[in-house]
Design a binder for this molecule. Structure first.
Ligand code: PEP
Length: 249
C-alpha cells in the first residue's frame, strides 16, 4: 500500500504572516489519513516546523545545492534544511529548470546530496507544451527519469512528481487519460529500473493546477498517489478540500 501524499509548494510566496495558514491547516486536519507536507520559502522553514509541532504535518525545502557545503553564496545545503527541521525537499521543479537552467545531471546530484542528508526528495519531471504537441511526452519523461534519479534510492526516500510544465499555474489540466498514461508509464519505468519492490512502492504525485474542483477526478486515476500543489496550497481554505479529496480517494 502506498501512503498518499498531499504536498504544497509555496514557491517564492509567504512571510511570517502566512504561518496562520499552516495553523489553520493543522487545525482542519487533526488526524489526517494521508501524509501532509508544505514546502514554504526557506526563510519560513524553522518557524513552520514550530507551527507544525505535535502534528503529522511535515515541512520541506524547495531546493538544495548539489554540494554538501562550501563557497556557494545564496544557496542552501541539504544538511541545513535537515537541521532546520525539514524532512523533504523538492528537486528539479520546472521553475528551477527554467529560472536556473538546471539539467537532469544536476538534479540527480542534488537528489543524492539530499538523500545523504537524510531528506526525502520529490523529484519533479514533466514535458513542455511543445514537447507534448510534438508527441514526445513519453520520451521526455523517460529521459528525465533516467537522468534525474540516482541509481541507489528507496521508495521511502524518493517520490516522483509528474508536472506537465504547461499545466503549472495556468489552470490547464491534462485529461485523466493523459495523466493515467504518463503515471502508468512512470510506474513501468520505475519497476524496470529498480525492481518490483521499490518500483511498485514508490509514490507518484500529479502536479499542475490541482484544485478542489478537479481533485476527485485526478485522484481516481491509476498510479496517482497524491498531488504536488502550488497556488492552491497557499491558503488552508483551498488546500484543505484537496487533502480531504485525497483522504476519500
Ligand atoms: C507546482 O508549483 O508544483 C504546481 C503544481 O503549481 P500549481 O498547482 O499552481 O499549478
Amino acid at each position: 500500500m502506498r501512503r498518499k501524499l498531499a504536498a504544497g509548494n509555496w514557491k517564492m510566496n509567504g512571510t511570517s504572516e502566512n504561518l496562520k495558514e499552516l495553523k489553520a491547516l493543522r487545525d482542519a486536519h487533526p488526524d489526517p489519513k494521508v501524509e501532509m507536507l508544505i514546502c514554504p520559502p526557506a526563510t519560513l522553514i524553522t518557524s513552520a516546523v514550530v507551527t507544525a509541532a505535535d502534528h503529522p504535518l511535515q515541512i520541506g525545502g524547495q531546493d538544495n545545492h548539489r554540494a554538501e557545503a562550501g563557497a556557494h553564496t545564496g544557496d542552501i545545503a541539504a544538511t541545513m534544511l535537515k537541521d532546520a527541521g525539514a524532512s523533504y525537499v523538492l528537486s528539479g521543479h520546472s521553475e528551477r529548470r527554467t529560472d536556473h537552467a538546471e539539467v537532469d545531471e544536476q538534479i540527480r546530484r542534488k537528489t543524492k546530496t539530499a538523500h545523504a542528508a537524510g531528506l526525502k526528495v520529490i523529484v519533479c519531471i514533466g514535458e513542455t507544451l511543445e514537447e507534448r504537441e510534438a508527441a514526445n511526452t513519453l520520451d521526455i519523461i523517460a529521459g528525465q527519469l533516467a537522468g534525474s534519479l540516482p541509481d541507489v534510492l528507496t521508495a521511502e526516500n524518493t517520490v516522483i512528481a509528474y508536472e506537465p510544465v504547461w499545466a503549472i499555474g495556468t489552470g490547464k489540466v491534462p485529461t485523466t487519460d493523459q495523466i493515467g498514461e504518463v503515471h502508468d508509464f512512470i510506474r513501468s519505468k520505475l519497476v524496470k529500473r529498480y525492481g518490483d519492490g521499490v518500483g511498485k512502492s514508490m509514490r507518484i504525485l500529479y502536479g499542475g493546477s490541482v484544485k478542489a474542483s478537479n481533485a476527485d477526478e485526478i485522484f481516481a486515476v491509476s498510479n496517482v498517489d497524491g498531488a504536488l500543489v502550488g497556488g492552491a496550497s497557499l491558503k488552508a481554505s483551498d488546500f484543505s478540500p484537496i487533502i480531504t479529496a485525497l483522504e476519500n480517494a
